[in-house]
Design a protein around this ligand. Structure first.
Ligand code: ADP
Ligand code: MG
Length: 303
């Protein structure tokens, strides 16, 4: 079942001079982690704002839970963490969740029950009475995620959830997102941080200059490169080099590893037999896969 659908969705600014989003089509299935990727200015935030009816489309249409986005009822079961959000810094984490909860129409009794659970979930329970002006960026993003969950939404929109956060903070956010995915929530992430997204996404779409470049399951973006990475004892080895030469396989040696072309599994196993017959210890053999970053640079370029 699709919970988000956009058809020919476009948003132009400055009398059509800026095509922030151009004829964008997308479907997001319930329970999936969907990541919209693209460089700064690609149109990612514009898409979320359109879906949440914060801005109106120039043309095209979109639906959430089968209801038109212009119907406010469609937003009742949605949570939103905006890009660069700012909380009133004189409030505590507890108070912020309380006020944002009231604004989301959650009853006071539900809030009393839910706020401690959410603070626990984002590991801020022991910081609940501290004013957020003392919070790190990572803590603010975790509080923002709790805020987005205050109305127990079915779909979560997260705009750059890990931007500006240190590696530990990123792991913490990733763990929270994994937990939410296991609970069956649909998670829509906007991000320009590829390695982050690579670890948690089911589906990916790449935007550039407002246009959809490619979409599909994560596997479609991380193809095998046709090479194996081979670690022997870390030094150069004549046997593997001669084997590659005889078989006409490309081979490179770099920082202790060999990178050898993989034409078929028979060759690979023959090589393993040969190395073992010569009592050479194999520490590691693994196919080299393209990362999402490699793909991104190939299609988007380095600019
Ligand atoms: N309110 C606005 N007025 C004019 N141009 C805008 C406005 N909002 C965004 N844009 C432009 O639309 C494009 C897409 O922006 P945005 O959706 O924020 O991209 P992203 O989130 O991928 O970084 C950019 O060129 C940006 O400058
Ligand atoms: Mg953005």
């Amino acid at each position: 079942m699709n919970v988000i659908e956009a058809k020919g969705l476009s948003k132009y600014y400055n009398n059509g001079k800026v095509k922030a989003l151009d004829n964008f089509n997308i479907e997001v299935e319930k329970g999936k982690v969907f990541s919209l990727l693209g460089p700064n200015g690609a149109g990612k935030t514009t898409f979320i704002k359109l879906i949440l009816s914060i801005i109106k489309p120039t043309s095209g249409s979109a639906k959430i839970f089968d209801g038109n986005i212009s119907d406010f009822k469609s937003r009742e079961k949605i949570g939103y963490l905006s890009e660069n959000h700012i909380f009133p810094n004189y409030l505590t984490a507890d108070q912020i969740l309380y006020y944002y909860g009231l604004m989301s129409n959650v009853s006071k009794s539900k809030l009393k029950e839910r706020i401690p659970i959410l603070l626990e979930k984002v590991k801020l329970h022991d910081k609940r009475n501290i004013k957020v002006k003392k919070f790190s960026k990572g803590m603010l993003q975790r509080l923002g995620t709790a805020q987005a969950l205050i109305n127990d939404p079915e779909i979560l929109f997260l705009d750059e959830p890990t931007d500006g956060i240190d590696p530990i903070g990123r792991i913490e956010i990733r763990e929270i997102l994994n937990e939410l995915r296991n609970e069956g929530k649909t998670i829509f992430i906007n991000s320009h941080l590829l390695s982050e997204v690579e670890r948690i996404s089911d589906e990916i779409a790449i935007l550039k200059d407002g246009k959809l470049i490619k979409r599909g399951p994560l596997e479609d973006f991380i193809n095998e490169t046709g090479y194996y990475r081979v670690l022997l004892d870390g030094s150069k080895n004549n046997i593997i080099e001669e084997y590659a030469l005889n078989k006409n396989l490309r081979i490179m040696y770099d920082k202790g590893f060999y990178k050898i072309q993989n034409k078929n599994l028979v060759d690979l196993n023959e090589l393993i037999d040969l190395l073992r017959k010569n009592k050479i210890t194999i520490s590691e053999i693994a196919p080299i896969k393209e990362t999402l970053e490699d793909y991104f640079i190939k299609v988007i370029g380095n600019n």
